[in-house]
Write a protein that binds this ligand. Structure first.
Ligand SMILES: [Zn+2]
Ligand SMILES: [Zn+2]
Length: 427
């Protein structure tokens, strides 16, 4: 999310105004996510917050409970006729679908009319509603759960099942979180019935799959380009990094790479993007090689080509061996020239091995078209075996198939070689 339709608000009041402004209960998943991260970053700076309610509206909240209430407000719209609370008569009120607890209706008739459509998506929407709450445990420190050393070489770990088979019995790790105090507070504050333990455990795994999807996708990219940190230290740039990767990010977030490449010569991960959040990872990248067998994480807030001008070209940051971008969405509405074009051209012209992911197969196909138009040398594409398993609701209507972060990938390096060959004229 380098530019364009980004959620730029830095504080909860700003974010909240944006929601009011959109006047849409079903803000898109991206927006919702940004609201979510904005709220949490606001929460994290609660002590510094004193003058952030300049707008006149009292938008601050004082507890996790109040925050969840405000978040819930943003979903209140009839999924069928799109009426909002203020458009209802006094006797009416929006009621949630009792199965998924994720969509609202203004009346029985609307619910009935919508059911033939909604029933296809209701089960996934139910999971999405659970995950939306459970996700907060990432900020509480309960998640991700600790992982084990790999007992197989990376080349043999091709799927989540392969990975899980090396993790031993997860249930003791998950049980502790399910019965923990943070989980209890979460559901009390969320104003939702607490799901059963099995539902919660599955949700914990889905939320973690999104987290671990990132280092495992980076590892996949290294392998696709034949790059091995066993023989030399490697630098990976995560381009377009946003709050999703950087808010509450810890220096250990990519430590799973130590398990993928045991005994490696040092791996540096630099997250670069205009929406990089404050935190311990916001520190300068390495000039020289970092410590062996460690992953060194840093971040730069700004556009990627600025990062190159300011640091890489002045040799204050290492050139990348691999560039990875998570779910950028080279979307037409975003205006490619405003957003990703300078980055894509830079990657092409410096012949950097690059891999991006997308939320859907359609997004991937669309992105590949753009890369072809830029005469990029495409190296590979397909379903990502380490896609997030957490369903996300995207777009203005909830009755749509959910999407998954890092669902597909595509890789490229440099310019296509065949560009200027011409057919000889026949005589
Ligand atoms: Zn309605
Ligand atoms: Zn439902």
């Amino acid at each position: 999310m380098q530019s364009g339709t980004v959620w730029r608000c830095q504080t909860f009041p700003e974010a909240w105004q944006q929601v009011l402004h959109l006047q849409a209960a079903h803000i898109s998943a991206q927006q919702e996510k940004r609201l979510f991260y904005t709220i949490s970053s606001f929460k994290m700076t609660e002590t510094q917050r004193t003058v952030q309610q300049a707008s006149g509206k009292s938008l601050a909240f004082h507890s996790q409970k109040e925050m969840f209430e405000k978040l819930e407000e943003s979903f209140k719209i009839c999924a069928f006729c799109e009426k909002r609370p203020e458009q209802l008569s006094e006797s009416q009120s929006l009621k949630r679908c009792a199965r998924c607890l994720n969509v609202y209706y203004c009346c029985k008739d609307c619910q009935k009319e919508d059911w033939s459509k909604h029933k296809k998506f209701c089960p996934q929407l139910r999971l999405a509603a659970i995950d939306r709450v459970v996700e907060w445990l990432l900020f509480k420190g309960d998640l991700p759960f600790p992982t084990q050393k790999w007992s197989k070489p990376g080349s043999e770990v091709k799927t989540w099942d392969d990975w899980l088979s090396m993790q031993g019995d997860l249930s003791s790790r998950l049980d502790a979180i399910v019965s923990g105090a943070n989980m209890k507070d979460l559901w009390a504050d969320a104003g939702r019935p607490r799901p059963g333990d099995d539902d919660l455990k599955q949700s914990l795994w889905r939320v973690c799959s999104e987290f671990f999807s990132r280092p495992l996708t980076v590892a996949l990219g290294l392998r696709l380009f034949g790059l091995s940190p066993a023989s030399q230290p490697l630098t990976v740039h995560l381009v377009g990094a946003g709050p999703g990767e950087t808010l509450a990010a810890k220096l250990s977030d990519y430590d799973e790479l130590n398990h993928v490449f045991p005994g490696h010569q040092g791996i540096e991960v630099v997250m670069v993007g205009p929406e990089v959040a404050d935190g311990p990872v916001l520190r300068p990248p390495l000039r020289a090689f970092g410590p062996k067998q460690r992953v060194y994480v840093s971040a730069y807030r700004g556009l990627y080509h600025h990062f190159w001008e300011e640091l890489v070209e002045k040799e204050e940051a290492a050139k990348p061996d691999l560039v990875v971008g998570f779910n950028p969405g080279f979307d037409a509405s975003q205006g490619l020239d405003q957003g990703w074009l300078p980055t894509l051209l830079l990657l092409r012209d410096y012949e950097i091995p690059s891999m991006f992911t997308s939320l859907t197969e359609t997004d991937m196909t669309y992105s590949l078209q753009i890369l072809l138009e830029l005469e990029m040398d495409l190296k590979g594409s397909g379903a990502n075996p380490f896609a997030s398993l957490k369903p996300e609701v995207v777009g203005s209507t909830p009755n749509k198939p959910p999407v998954f972060c890092n669902s597909h990938y595509f890789s490229f390096q440099g310019l296509l070689a065949t560009a200027e060959l011409e057919e000889p004229e026949s005589t």
